[in-house]
Design a protein around this ligand. Structure first.
Ligand code: KIV
Ligand code: ZN
Length: 514
Protein backbone atom coordinates (compact mmCIF):
# COMPACT_ATOMS: atom_id res chain seq x y z
CA UNK A 1 0.00 0.00 0.00
CA UNK A 2 1.23 3.50 -0.80
CA UNK A 3 1.16 6.16 1.91
CA UNK A 4 -1.24 9.06 1.41
CA UNK A 5 0.03 12.23 3.07
CA UNK A 6 -2.65 14.18 4.93
CA UNK A 7 -1.91 17.91 4.87
CA UNK A 8 -4.26 19.83 7.13
CA UNK A 9 -4.89 23.48 6.36
CA UNK A 10 -7.63 24.23 8.92
CA UNK A 11 -5.39 26.84 10.54
CA UNK A 12 -4.58 28.58 7.25
CA UNK A 13 -7.18 28.10 4.50
CA UNK A 14 -9.84 27.22 7.09
CA UNK A 15 -9.08 30.39 8.97
CA UNK A 16 -9.47 32.47 5.79
CA UNK A 17 -13.18 31.70 6.02
CA UNK A 18 -15.00 34.89 7.17
CA UNK A 19 -15.51 34.75 10.92
CA UNK A 20 -13.16 31.82 11.54
CA UNK A 21 -10.25 33.93 12.82
CA UNK A 22 -8.63 32.33 15.84
CA UNK A 23 -6.39 33.60 18.57
CA UNK A 24 -2.86 32.24 18.97
CA UNK A 25 -3.92 30.04 21.90
CA UNK A 26 -6.91 28.67 20.03
CA UNK A 27 -4.68 27.79 17.08
CA UNK A 28 -2.25 26.11 19.42
CA UNK A 29 -5.02 23.95 20.90
CA UNK A 30 -6.16 22.90 17.44
CA UNK A 31 -2.57 22.21 16.34
CA UNK A 32 -2.04 19.90 19.34
CA UNK A 33 -5.23 18.06 18.44
CA UNK A 34 -4.09 17.74 14.80
CA UNK A 35 -0.84 16.25 16.05
CA UNK A 36 -2.84 13.79 18.16
CA UNK A 37 -4.85 13.00 15.03
CA UNK A 38 -1.47 12.22 13.43
CA UNK A 39 -1.81 14.45 10.37
CA UNK A 40 1.45 14.47 8.43
CA UNK A 41 1.60 18.21 7.79
CA UNK A 42 -0.04 21.06 9.69
CA UNK A 43 -0.27 24.28 7.70
CA UNK A 44 -0.12 26.51 10.75
CA UNK A 45 -0.82 29.80 8.99
CA UNK A 46 0.58 32.49 6.75
CA UNK A 47 3.43 33.91 8.81
CA UNK A 48 3.73 37.15 6.80
CA UNK A 49 0.06 38.06 7.28
CA UNK A 50 0.61 39.95 10.55
CA UNK A 51 2.71 39.81 13.71
CA UNK A 52 -0.05 37.78 15.34
CA UNK A 53 0.03 35.20 12.56
CA UNK A 54 3.82 35.04 12.75
CA UNK A 55 3.66 34.42 16.51
CA UNK A 56 1.01 31.73 16.07
CA UNK A 57 3.06 29.83 13.47
CA UNK A 58 6.12 30.13 15.68
CA UNK A 59 4.28 28.87 18.77
CA UNK A 60 2.94 25.89 16.84
CA UNK A 61 6.38 25.17 15.39
CA UNK A 62 7.77 25.09 18.92
CA UNK A 63 4.97 22.95 20.38
CA UNK A 64 4.40 20.28 17.73
CA UNK A 65 6.91 17.41 17.49
CA UNK A 66 5.15 14.66 15.60
CA UNK A 67 3.83 16.47 12.48
CA UNK A 68 5.63 18.66 9.97
CA UNK A 69 4.73 22.31 10.53
CA UNK A 70 4.24 24.44 7.43
CA UNK A 71 3.76 28.12 6.66
CA UNK A 72 2.27 29.51 3.48
CA UNK A 73 4.14 32.28 1.67
CA UNK A 74 3.50 34.15 -1.53
CA UNK A 75 6.27 33.93 -4.11
CA UNK A 76 8.29 36.83 -2.74
CA UNK A 77 11.39 37.19 -0.61
CA UNK A 78 9.82 38.80 2.45
CA UNK A 79 7.11 36.15 2.83
CA UNK A 80 9.59 33.30 2.49
CA UNK A 81 11.99 34.79 5.03
CA UNK A 82 9.12 35.38 7.49
CA UNK A 83 7.97 31.79 7.02
CA UNK A 84 11.50 30.46 7.55
CA UNK A 85 11.93 32.52 10.71
CA UNK A 86 8.57 31.48 12.17
CA UNK A 87 9.27 27.83 11.43
CA UNK A 88 12.77 27.84 12.93
CA UNK A 89 11.80 26.03 16.18
CA UNK A 90 10.02 23.18 14.35
CA UNK A 91 11.26 19.60 14.54
CA UNK A 92 10.23 19.22 10.91
CA UNK A 93 9.37 22.26 8.75
CA UNK A 94 7.95 22.98 5.32
CA UNK A 95 7.72 26.22 3.37
CA UNK A 96 4.73 26.33 1.02
CA UNK A 97 5.07 28.96 -1.66
CA UNK A 98 2.52 29.72 -4.35
CA UNK A 99 1.73 31.90 -7.32
CA UNK A 100 -1.26 32.01 -9.64
CA UNK A 101 -0.84 30.46 -13.09
CA UNK A 102 -4.23 30.90 -14.77
CA UNK A 103 -4.54 33.59 -17.49
CA UNK A 104 -7.28 35.33 -15.47
CA UNK A 105 -5.32 35.49 -12.21
CA UNK A 106 -2.03 36.44 -13.90
CA UNK A 107 -3.60 39.27 -15.87
CA UNK A 108 -6.22 40.65 -13.46
CA UNK A 109 -4.74 39.91 -10.05
CA UNK A 110 -0.99 39.83 -10.48
CA UNK A 111 -0.81 42.08 -13.56
CA UNK A 112 2.02 39.91 -14.84
CA UNK A 113 2.86 38.12 -18.04
CA UNK A 114 3.51 34.36 -17.83
CA UNK A 115 7.30 34.76 -18.04
CA UNK A 116 7.29 37.02 -14.98
CA UNK A 117 5.20 34.49 -13.07
CA UNK A 118 7.65 31.76 -14.03
CA UNK A 119 10.59 33.83 -12.78
CA UNK A 120 8.89 34.67 -9.48
CA UNK A 121 8.10 30.99 -8.95
CA UNK A 122 11.69 30.01 -9.73
CA UNK A 123 13.18 32.55 -7.33
CA UNK A 124 10.69 31.60 -4.61
CA UNK A 125 11.36 27.87 -4.72
CA UNK A 126 15.10 28.48 -4.89
CA UNK A 127 15.05 30.77 -1.85
CA UNK A 128 12.75 28.48 0.12
CA UNK A 129 15.13 25.58 -0.53
CA UNK A 130 17.92 27.56 1.10
CA UNK A 131 15.90 27.42 4.33
CA UNK A 132 14.51 23.90 4.32
CA UNK A 133 14.70 20.67 2.30
CA UNK A 134 10.93 20.38 2.39
CA UNK A 135 9.41 22.86 -0.06
CA UNK A 136 5.95 22.80 -1.56
CA UNK A 137 5.02 24.77 -4.64
CA UNK A 138 1.38 25.51 -5.57
CA UNK A 139 0.14 26.79 -8.90
CA UNK A 140 -2.88 28.75 -7.73
CA UNK A 141 -5.98 28.32 -9.90
CA UNK A 142 -4.24 25.39 -11.61
CA UNK A 143 -7.53 23.85 -12.74
CA UNK A 144 -8.17 26.93 -14.93
CA UNK A 145 -4.58 27.27 -16.13
CA UNK A 146 -3.28 26.45 -19.61
CA UNK A 147 -1.75 23.01 -19.53
CA UNK A 148 1.43 23.89 -21.48
CA UNK A 149 2.25 26.75 -19.12
CA UNK A 150 1.37 24.66 -16.08
CA UNK A 151 3.78 21.96 -17.27
CA UNK A 152 6.58 24.53 -17.68
CA UNK A 153 6.05 26.04 -14.22
CA UNK A 154 5.81 22.71 -12.44
CA UNK A 155 8.81 21.20 -14.23
CA UNK A 156 10.84 24.25 -13.27
CA UNK A 157 9.62 24.11 -9.63
CA UNK A 158 10.65 20.47 -9.33
CA UNK A 159 14.01 21.19 -10.96
CA UNK A 160 14.58 23.98 -8.42
CA UNK A 161 13.95 21.54 -5.59
CA UNK A 162 10.23 21.60 -4.78
CA UNK A 163 9.58 18.28 -3.06
CA UNK A 164 5.79 18.58 -3.33
CA UNK A 165 3.82 20.13 -6.18
CA UNK A 166 0.24 21.09 -5.54
CA UNK A 167 -2.52 21.52 -8.12
CA UNK A 168 -5.21 23.67 -6.49
CA UNK A 169 -8.76 23.85 -7.72
CA UNK A 170 -8.88 27.29 -6.14
CA UNK A 171 -12.42 28.22 -7.11
CA UNK A 172 -14.02 24.76 -6.93
CA UNK A 173 -14.51 24.60 -10.70
CA UNK A 174 -13.18 21.11 -11.42
CA UNK A 175 -15.19 17.94 -11.92
CA UNK A 176 -13.72 14.59 -10.89
CA UNK A 177 -13.11 12.89 -14.25
CA UNK A 178 -11.57 16.01 -15.77
CA UNK A 179 -9.48 16.87 -12.70
CA UNK A 180 -8.20 13.29 -12.42
CA UNK A 181 -7.26 13.44 -16.10
CA UNK A 182 -5.42 16.73 -15.52
CA UNK A 183 -3.33 15.11 -12.78
CA UNK A 184 -2.58 12.09 -14.93
CA UNK A 185 -1.57 14.24 -17.91
CA UNK A 186 0.69 16.47 -15.83
CA UNK A 187 2.43 13.51 -14.27
CA UNK A 188 2.91 11.90 -17.67
CA UNK A 189 4.05 14.99 -19.54
CA UNK A 190 6.45 16.50 -17.00
CA UNK A 191 9.81 14.71 -17.38
CA UNK A 192 10.88 15.08 -13.72
CA UNK A 193 7.41 14.41 -12.25
CA UNK A 194 8.66 11.37 -10.33
CA UNK A 195 10.96 13.62 -8.25
CA UNK A 196 8.09 15.22 -6.31
CA UNK A 197 5.01 14.21 -4.38
CA UNK A 198 1.84 15.28 -6.20
CA UNK A 199 -0.79 17.01 -4.16
CA UNK A 200 -4.40 18.16 -4.55
CA UNK A 201 -6.11 21.12 -2.90
CA UNK A 202 -9.81 21.41 -3.72
CA UNK A 203 -12.54 23.88 -2.86
CA UNK A 204 -16.14 22.86 -2.52
CA UNK A 205 -18.04 25.48 -4.51
CA UNK A 206 -19.84 22.80 -6.54
CA UNK A 207 -19.84 20.27 -3.70
CA UNK A 208 -17.14 18.17 -5.38
CA UNK A 209 -14.02 18.88 -3.31
CA UNK A 210 -13.85 15.39 -1.80
CA UNK A 211 -14.69 13.66 -5.09
CA UNK A 212 -12.08 15.73 -6.94
CA UNK A 213 -9.41 14.99 -4.32
CA UNK A 214 -10.12 11.27 -4.55
CA UNK A 215 -10.00 11.43 -8.35
CA UNK A 216 -6.50 12.81 -7.84
CA UNK A 217 -5.56 9.82 -5.68
CA UNK A 218 -6.74 7.45 -8.40
CA UNK A 219 -4.36 9.29 -10.72
CA UNK A 220 -1.21 9.07 -8.65
CA UNK A 221 -1.65 11.91 -6.16
CA UNK A 222 -0.11 11.09 -2.78
CA UNK A 223 -0.99 14.18 -0.75
CA UNK A 224 -4.44 15.60 -0.03
CA UNK A 225 -4.84 19.09 1.43
CA UNK A 226 -7.93 19.30 3.57
CA UNK A 227 -9.54 20.83 6.65
CA UNK A 228 -11.48 19.58 9.64
CA UNK A 229 -15.24 19.76 8.95
CA UNK A 230 -14.38 21.03 5.46
CA UNK A 231 -13.90 24.51 6.92
CA UNK A 232 -12.68 27.09 4.43
CA UNK A 233 -13.41 30.07 2.24
CA UNK A 234 -16.85 30.19 0.58
CA UNK A 235 -18.15 26.58 0.47
CA UNK A 236 -15.01 25.31 2.18
CA UNK A 237 -12.19 22.88 1.43
CA UNK A 238 -11.99 19.11 1.13
CA UNK A 239 -13.15 17.61 4.45
CA UNK A 240 -10.34 15.68 6.15
CA UNK A 241 -12.71 13.26 7.87
CA UNK A 242 -14.37 12.34 4.58
CA UNK A 243 -11.24 11.63 2.52
CA UNK A 244 -9.57 9.76 5.35
CA UNK A 245 -12.58 7.53 5.94
CA UNK A 246 -13.16 7.08 2.20
CA UNK A 247 -9.67 5.73 1.55
CA UNK A 248 -9.82 3.60 4.69
CA UNK A 249 -13.28 2.16 4.01
CA UNK A 250 -12.60 1.65 0.29
CA UNK A 251 -9.03 0.36 0.41
CA UNK A 252 -10.04 -1.93 -2.44
CA UNK A 253 -10.48 1.12 -4.70
CA UNK A 254 -7.84 3.57 -3.53
CA UNK A 255 -5.04 1.22 -2.39
CA UNK A 256 -3.45 3.85 -0.11
CA UNK A 257 -3.20 4.22 3.64
CA UNK A 258 -2.83 7.18 5.96
CA UNK A 259 -1.26 7.35 9.41
CA UNK A 260 -4.32 9.12 10.86
CA UNK A 261 -5.62 7.98 14.25
CA UNK A 262 -9.25 7.98 13.20
CA UNK A 263 -10.52 7.85 16.79
CA UNK A 264 -9.37 11.48 17.09
CA UNK A 265 -11.60 12.65 14.24
CA UNK A 266 -14.73 13.51 16.25
CA UNK A 267 -12.79 15.27 19.04
CA UNK A 268 -11.01 17.32 16.34
CA UNK A 269 -14.30 18.14 14.67
CA UNK A 270 -15.86 19.32 17.94
CA UNK A 271 -12.85 21.37 18.90
CA UNK A 272 -12.74 23.19 15.56
CA UNK A 273 -16.48 23.78 15.63
CA UNK A 274 -16.40 25.07 19.22
CA UNK A 275 -13.48 27.38 18.60
CA UNK A 276 -14.56 28.80 15.26
CA UNK A 277 -18.30 28.93 15.94
CA UNK A 278 -19.10 27.02 12.73
CA UNK A 279 -21.61 24.34 13.77
CA UNK A 280 -21.48 20.91 12.10
CA UNK A 281 -24.68 20.08 10.21
CA UNK A 282 -26.42 16.96 11.60
CA UNK A 283 -26.27 15.08 8.30
CA UNK A 284 -22.59 15.85 7.69
CA UNK A 285 -20.70 12.67 6.71
CA UNK A 286 -18.64 11.06 9.50
CA UNK A 287 -18.87 13.89 12.07
CA UNK A 288 -22.54 14.95 11.88
CA UNK A 289 -24.77 13.95 14.80
CA UNK A 290 -26.87 11.74 12.49
CA UNK A 291 -23.97 10.25 10.55
CA UNK A 292 -24.29 6.83 12.13
CA UNK A 293 -27.45 4.81 11.87
CA UNK A 294 -27.67 3.91 15.55
CA UNK A 295 -27.36 7.56 16.58
CA UNK A 296 -30.07 8.82 14.25
CA UNK A 297 -32.52 6.15 15.45
CA UNK A 298 -33.28 4.96 11.94
CA UNK A 299 -32.97 1.39 10.77
CA UNK A 300 -32.68 0.44 14.44
CA UNK A 301 -34.10 -2.99 13.83
CA UNK A 302 -31.66 -3.85 11.04
CA UNK A 303 -28.72 -2.49 13.01
CA UNK A 304 -29.65 -4.50 16.08
CA UNK A 305 -29.73 -7.70 14.05
CA UNK A 306 -26.47 -7.02 12.27
CA UNK A 307 -24.54 -3.76 12.29
CA UNK A 308 -23.30 -4.18 8.75
CA UNK A 309 -26.82 -3.94 7.36
CA UNK A 310 -26.66 -0.16 7.53
CA UNK A 311 -23.17 0.73 8.77
CA UNK A 312 -20.12 0.80 6.55
CA UNK A 313 -17.94 2.32 9.30
CA UNK A 314 -18.01 1.90 13.06
CA UNK A 315 -18.93 5.02 15.03
CA UNK A 316 -16.27 4.25 17.65
CA UNK A 317 -13.56 4.07 14.95
CA UNK A 318 -14.01 7.79 14.26
CA UNK A 319 -14.24 8.73 17.92
CA UNK A 320 -17.93 8.71 18.75
CA UNK A 321 -17.95 7.51 22.33
CA UNK A 322 -19.88 4.24 22.54
CA UNK A 323 -21.05 4.65 26.12
CA UNK A 324 -20.75 8.18 27.27
CA UNK A 325 -20.19 8.35 30.99
CA UNK A 326 -22.46 10.88 32.63
CA UNK A 327 -20.92 12.97 35.35
CA UNK A 328 -22.83 14.91 38.00
CA UNK A 329 -22.72 16.99 41.12
CA UNK A 330 -20.90 14.34 43.13
CA UNK A 331 -18.19 13.66 40.57
CA UNK A 332 -14.79 14.63 41.83
CA UNK A 333 -11.71 16.13 40.27
CA UNK A 334 -10.31 12.74 39.21
CA UNK A 335 -13.45 11.57 37.43
CA UNK A 336 -13.63 14.89 35.64
CA UNK A 337 -9.97 14.81 34.62
CA UNK A 338 -10.25 11.25 33.40
CA UNK A 339 -13.24 12.09 31.21
CA UNK A 340 -11.47 15.14 29.79
CA UNK A 341 -8.54 12.91 28.89
CA UNK A 342 -10.78 10.23 27.38
CA UNK A 343 -12.44 12.89 25.27
CA UNK A 344 -8.96 13.95 24.12
CA UNK A 345 -9.63 17.58 24.97
CA UNK A 346 -6.30 19.38 24.76
CA UNK A 347 -5.56 21.05 28.10
CA UNK A 348 -2.27 22.91 28.20
CA UNK A 349 -1.73 23.50 31.92
CA UNK A 350 -2.87 22.33 35.37
CA UNK A 351 -4.30 25.80 35.94
CA UNK A 352 -6.45 25.44 32.82
CA UNK A 353 -7.73 22.08 34.05
CA UNK A 354 -8.45 23.52 37.48
CA UNK A 355 -10.39 26.43 36.00
CA UNK A 356 -12.40 24.02 33.85
CA UNK A 357 -13.12 21.87 36.92
CA UNK A 358 -14.47 24.87 38.75
CA UNK A 359 -16.73 25.69 35.74
CA UNK A 360 -17.80 22.04 35.77
CA UNK A 361 -18.78 22.27 39.46
CA UNK A 362 -20.75 25.40 38.73
CA UNK A 363 -22.62 23.71 35.93
CA UNK A 364 -23.22 20.52 37.94
CA UNK A 365 -24.90 22.61 40.63
CA UNK A 366 -27.43 23.70 38.06
CA UNK A 367 -27.72 20.60 35.86
CA UNK A 368 -28.24 17.04 37.13
CA UNK A 369 -26.43 15.11 34.41
CA UNK A 370 -23.34 16.36 32.65
CA UNK A 371 -22.78 14.79 29.22
CA UNK A 372 -19.66 14.65 27.07
CA UNK A 373 -20.95 17.56 24.98
CA UNK A 374 -21.30 19.67 28.15
CA UNK A 375 -17.70 18.92 29.05
CA UNK A 376 -16.57 19.88 25.54
CA UNK A 377 -18.47 23.16 25.88
CA UNK A 378 -16.61 23.95 29.10
CA UNK A 379 -13.51 24.27 26.95
CA UNK A 380 -15.04 26.27 24.13
CA UNK A 381 -15.27 29.91 23.08
CA UNK A 382 -15.75 32.32 25.89
CA UNK A 383 -14.99 29.83 28.68
CA UNK A 384 -11.27 29.38 27.98
CA UNK A 385 -8.90 32.19 28.75
CA UNK A 386 -11.58 34.13 30.68
CA UNK A 387 -9.06 35.58 33.09
CA UNK A 388 -6.91 37.19 30.38
CA UNK A 389 -9.73 38.46 28.17
CA UNK A 390 -10.53 42.15 27.82
CA UNK A 391 -14.30 41.64 28.08
CA UNK A 392 -15.53 39.25 30.77
CA UNK A 393 -19.10 38.24 31.39
CA UNK A 394 -20.11 38.24 35.08
CA UNK A 395 -23.89 37.99 35.49
CA UNK A 396 -27.19 38.83 33.93
CA UNK A 397 -30.71 39.63 35.04
CA UNK A 398 -33.34 39.67 32.37
CA UNK A 399 -37.08 40.22 32.26
CA UNK A 400 -39.68 39.55 29.60
CA UNK A 401 -43.44 39.08 29.64
CA UNK A 402 -46.14 38.83 27.02
CA UNK A 403 -47.17 42.30 25.88
CA UNK A 404 -44.24 44.01 27.65
CA UNK A 405 -40.89 45.19 26.31
CA UNK A 406 -38.05 42.87 27.42
CA UNK A 407 -35.17 44.35 29.40
CA UNK A 408 -31.75 43.12 30.51
CA UNK A 409 -29.26 44.22 33.12
CA UNK A 410 -25.71 43.00 32.76
CA UNK A 411 -22.62 43.00 34.88
CA UNK A 412 -19.31 42.52 33.04
CA UNK A 413 -15.70 43.61 33.19
CA UNK A 414 -13.75 45.62 30.64
CA UNK A 415 -9.99 45.29 31.13
CA UNK A 416 -10.59 44.34 34.75
CA UNK A 417 -12.96 47.24 35.54
CA UNK A 418 -16.50 46.23 36.46
CA UNK A 419 -19.32 47.75 34.40
CA UNK A 420 -23.10 47.60 34.58
CA UNK A 421 -25.42 48.15 31.63
CA UNK A 422 -29.19 48.16 31.25
CA UNK A 423 -31.29 48.20 28.12
CA UNK A 424 -34.64 47.31 26.66
CA UNK A 425 -34.96 45.54 23.33
CA UNK A 426 -37.35 43.91 20.89
CA UNK A 427 -36.58 40.58 22.52
CA UNK A 428 -34.42 39.41 25.44
CA UNK A 429 -31.36 38.80 23.27
CA UNK A 430 -31.76 42.17 21.55
CA UNK A 431 -31.94 43.79 24.99
CA UNK A 432 -28.69 42.06 26.03
CA UNK A 433 -26.78 43.09 22.91
CA UNK A 434 -28.06 46.66 23.17
CA UNK A 435 -27.02 46.79 26.83
CA UNK A 436 -23.50 45.62 25.96
CA UNK A 437 -23.20 48.08 23.09
CA UNK A 438 -24.45 50.95 25.27
CA UNK A 439 -21.19 50.64 27.27
CA UNK A 440 -18.74 49.14 24.78
CA UNK A 441 -19.78 51.08 21.68
CA UNK A 442 -18.00 48.73 19.28
CA UNK A 443 -20.28 49.81 16.44
CA UNK A 444 -20.18 46.30 15.00
CA UNK A 445 -22.90 44.82 12.87
CA UNK A 446 -24.55 41.55 13.89
CA UNK A 447 -24.37 39.23 10.87
CA UNK A 448 -25.50 35.98 12.42
CA UNK A 449 -27.11 34.72 15.59
CA UNK A 450 -27.80 31.01 16.06
CA UNK A 451 -28.67 28.75 18.98
CA UNK A 452 -28.11 25.00 19.16
CA UNK A 453 -29.01 22.64 21.97
CA UNK A 454 -25.77 20.95 23.04
CA UNK A 455 -27.53 17.75 24.09
CA UNK A 456 -31.15 16.63 24.00
CA UNK A 457 -33.96 17.54 26.38
CA UNK A 458 -35.01 20.79 28.00
CA UNK A 459 -32.18 20.49 30.51
CA UNK A 460 -29.67 20.97 27.69
CA UNK A 461 -27.28 23.88 27.58
CA UNK A 462 -27.76 26.22 24.66
CA UNK A 463 -24.73 27.00 22.53
CA UNK A 464 -24.96 30.38 20.84
CA UNK A 465 -22.91 31.59 17.88
CA UNK A 466 -22.69 35.29 17.15
CA UNK A 467 -21.00 36.73 14.05
CA UNK A 468 -19.95 40.38 14.17
CA UNK A 469 -18.56 42.60 11.42
CA UNK A 470 -16.69 45.85 11.83
CA UNK A 471 -14.54 47.76 9.38
CA UNK A 472 -14.39 44.87 6.92
CA UNK A 473 -13.43 42.34 9.60
CA UNK A 474 -15.68 39.46 10.59
CA UNK A 475 -15.43 37.35 13.75
CA UNK A 476 -17.46 34.57 15.34
CA UNK A 477 -18.07 34.21 19.06
CA UNK A 478 -19.38 31.17 20.93
CA UNK A 479 -20.98 30.91 24.37
CA UNK A 480 -22.76 28.11 26.20
CA UNK A 481 -25.07 28.22 29.20
CA UNK A 482 -28.25 26.63 30.54
CA UNK A 483 -29.80 30.06 30.10
CA UNK A 484 -29.69 30.88 26.39
CA UNK A 485 -29.84 34.62 27.06
CA UNK A 486 -26.71 34.32 29.21
CA UNK A 487 -25.17 32.13 26.47
CA UNK A 488 -25.92 34.93 24.00
CA UNK A 489 -24.14 37.48 26.19
CA UNK A 490 -21.13 35.15 26.52
CA UNK A 491 -21.03 34.63 22.75
CA UNK A 492 -21.18 38.39 22.16
CA UNK A 493 -18.27 39.01 24.53
CA UNK A 494 -16.29 36.17 22.92
CA UNK A 495 -16.78 37.81 19.51
CA UNK A 496 -15.81 41.25 20.90
CA UNK A 497 -12.64 39.79 22.40
CA UNK A 498 -11.66 38.50 18.97
CA UNK A 499 -12.57 41.76 17.30
CA UNK A 500 -10.31 43.67 19.65
CA UNK A 501 -7.38 41.24 19.78
CA UNK A 502 -6.96 39.66 16.36
CA UNK A 503 -5.02 42.10 14.21
CA UNK A 504 -5.53 43.19 10.67
CA UNK A 505 -3.96 40.65 8.38
CA UNK A 506 -3.19 40.27 4.71
CA UNK A 507 -5.22 37.70 2.81
CA UNK A 508 -2.52 35.84 0.83
CA UNK A 509 -4.80 35.08 -2.07
CA UNK A 510 -6.65 38.37 -2.49
CA UNK A 511 -3.43 40.38 -2.32
CA UNK A 512 -2.01 41.71 -5.59
CA UNK A 513 1.55 41.02 -4.40
CA UNK A 514 2.92 37.79 -5.87
O1 KIV B 1 -6.98 27.57 -2.99
C1 KIV B 1 -5.79 27.80 -3.23
O2 KIV B 1 -5.35 27.93 -4.39
C2 KIV B 1 -4.89 27.94 -2.10
C3 KIV B 1 -3.44 28.00 -2.41
C4 KIV B 1 -2.78 29.13 -1.70
C5 KIV B 1 -2.80 26.68 -2.12
O3 KIV B 1 -5.32 27.95 -0.98
ZN1 ZN C 1 -7.39 27.13 -0.93
Amino acid sequence: MDRLIIFDTTLRDGEQSPGASMTRDEKLRIAKQLERLRVDVIEAGFAAASNGDFEAVRAIAAAVRDSTVCSLSRANERDILRAAEALAPAASRRIHTFIATSPLHMEKKLRMVPEQVLEHARAAVRLARQHTDDVEFSAEDASRSEIDFLCRVLEMAIAEGATTVNIPDTVGYAVPAQYGELLRTLRERIPNSDKAVWSVHCHNDLGMAVANSLAGVLNGVRQIECTINGLGERAGNTALEEVVMAVRTRRDVFAVETRIDTTQIVPASRLVSNITGFPVQPNKAVVGANAFAHASGIHQDGVLKSRQTYEIMRAEDVGWSANRIVLGKLSGRNAFKQRVQELAIPVATDAEMEAAFSRFKDLADRKAEIFDEDIQALFSGEEVGQQQERFQFRSISQRSETGGRPSAELCFAVAGREERAVSEGNGPVDAVFKAIESRVGSGSELLLFSVNAITTGTESQGEVTVRLARGGRIVNGVGADLDIVAASAKAYFNALNKLYTINERIDPQISMTP
